[in-house]
Design a protein around this ligand. Structure first.
Ligand SMILES: Cc1ncc(COP(=O)(O)O)c(C=O)c1O
Length: 464
């Protein structure tokens, strides 16, 4: 008899089979099939309910099934779903650009909408490069990234992404860009605290610029509040000011990848707002900006940069779906809903509450080593020994097992092992920004139960 729990229906399909055929090897646990969702809850086709404690991959910022967004979607689809930007302007595009750049503030007056985070990274890099060429600085082409970091799966984005696993396979297909260390704050090199290590990491940026030749460096790209690659890493305040100063000193553009941290998730529209003396030149957004109601990303840029490029002959870049009317109308409805419900303030309040609940869990869990992040962009780091901050044995693939244990309890978490767990293992705790007090309590209780179940497994195996 086949073990139906273990054999994915996707794998046994004679053809077709859905996306899991690309991911799930033999013996993988069967993924549930999603049926519907409402607010912060999701149901599978067997009627089981799950609490969405991660907003999927940090996407569903305004929760599922928002009636006003669905209405706006239908209304726009009835008028015009798609029109070529080569022929037409479209009103939803102009409205969304006004709204988003108004929220982003001075220095980011223009918005270019694409279909996701990777396209946003590609667009930002090409915009930066074309600007340099237009200004007579054609020697500038290298974009320094951080190790680890994540900026997307397409080859241009992968070249600035600090991910050894991806490099092992895809390096021959792309020019690998220089990397500097991410300023981790929890597990640090000997004789360092978070402050001193962040200074070393900022100094590494300047060293790299000098080593590579400042005239060859186009930009420095970072996630101001880390995503999955670093588990919601927040650097000490001085780091942002220092990297801004270094970029200014060498005429280098600073790009903030706010695909995960933007659109209100950290309690401000852009995470950049937390560090006014570290303002970026370019910002990318995706995920929360349309909250999963349509695939969408964006690049925010200074008017002067866009004008310079337009005057030099126009941006040599485009995607068929860039700034299409239907996606822009949906994005506009999502951001408007975020404002109408005051979800940035809720992200601050609920972020503090959730964080304090997770900190409490830390005192009772033998494996919860660190709680970090900003607003509702939070992560928990799992360790074998809290005093020594020991990383769990790689073969246990801890976070994947914790995700399974969560699913069994109706709790949805999000993680991937960065660099095969070399820097540690963490899970994102990033519920939709509509989460309320009671739901924060429900999430914290389920996270506690799930970690407790995993701790029991580790004890039984003699790991802790
Ligand atoms: C910080 C960051 N940048 C870029 C991306 C790529 O976005 P997408 O998957 O929409 O292409 C992601 C996706 O997780 C991300 O977290």
């Amino acid at each position: 008899m086949p073990d139906t729990k273990r054999i994915s229906t996707a794998r046994t399909a004679p053809h077709g089979g859905g996306i899991q055929v690309f991911y799930q090897g033999k013996g993988a646990i069967r993924r549930p099939t999603v049926a519907r969702a409402e607010g912060i809850y999701m149901w599978d086709t067997d009627g089981r309910r799950y609490i969405d404690a991660s907003s999927g991959p940090v996407v569903s910022n305004i929760g599922h099934g928002n009636a006003r967004v669905l209405e706006a979607m239908v209304e726009q689809a009835k008028k015009i779903a798609f029109a070529s930007r080569a022929v037409f302007e479209n009103e939803p595009n102009a409205r969304l650009a006004d709204l988003v750049t108004g929220l982003a503030g001075p220095g980011l007056e223009r918005a270019y909408f694409v279909s996701g985070g990777s396209e946003a990274t590609e667009t930002a890099i090409k915009l930066a490069r074309q600007y340099a060429v237009a200004k007579g600085e054609a020697t500038r082409w290298k974009v320094i990234g951080r190790d680890p970091g994540y900026h997307g799966a397409t080859l241009g984005a992968a070249s600035v992404t600090g991910d050894p696993q991806s490099e092992d396979i895809f390096a021959p297909l792309m020019p690998l860009m220089p990397k500097v260390p991410a300023p981790f704050t929890y597990r640090l090199p000997p004789n360092h605290d978070a402050d001193s290590y962040a200074r070393i990491c900022a100094a590494a940026l300047e060293d790299t610029i000098r080593r590579e030749g400042a005239e060859t460096i186009l930009a420095f790209i970072i996630e101001p509040v880390g995503g999955l690659a670093t588990g919601a890493l927040v650097a000490p305040d001085h780091y942002y000011r220092t990297v801004r100063e270094i970029c200014d000193r060498y005429g280098i553009l600073l790009i903030y990848d706010e695909v995960m941290s933007g659109a209100g998730r950290t309690g401000t529209f852009l995470a950049a707002e937390h560090w006014p003396d570290g303002r970026p030149d370019l910002v990318t957004l995706a995920k929360g900006i349309a909250a999963g109601y349509t695939p969408m990303g964006a690049v925010l840029a200074p008017a002067e940069m866009v004008e310079t490029i337009a005057e030099s002959g126009g941006f040599l870049h485009g995607h068929t779906y860039a700034s299409n009317p239907l996606s822009c109308a949906i994005g506009h409805a999502v951001v408007s809903e975020m404002l109408a419900q005051d979800l940035m303030a809720n992200a601050q309040r609920m972020g503090e509450l959730l964080r304090s609940r997770l900190e409490t869990l830390k005192t009772t869990s033998a494996i919860l080593g660190d709680v970090r992040g900003k607003g509702l962009l939070l992560a928990i780091e799992i360790v074998a020994d809290k005093a020594a901050k020991t990383i769990l044995p790689a073969e246990r693939k801890a976070v994947y097992r914790i995700i399974e244990l969560g699913i069994e309890r109706g709790l949805l978490l999000y993680s991937r092992r960065t660099a095969k767990g070399k820097y540690g293992e963490w899970l994102m705790i990033t519920p939709p920004l509509i989460v309320n007090d009671a739901q924060v309590g429900e999430i914290a209780a389920l996270v506690g139960e799930t970690l407790h179940a995993y701790e029991k497994e580790l004890r039984a195996a003699g790991v802790v």
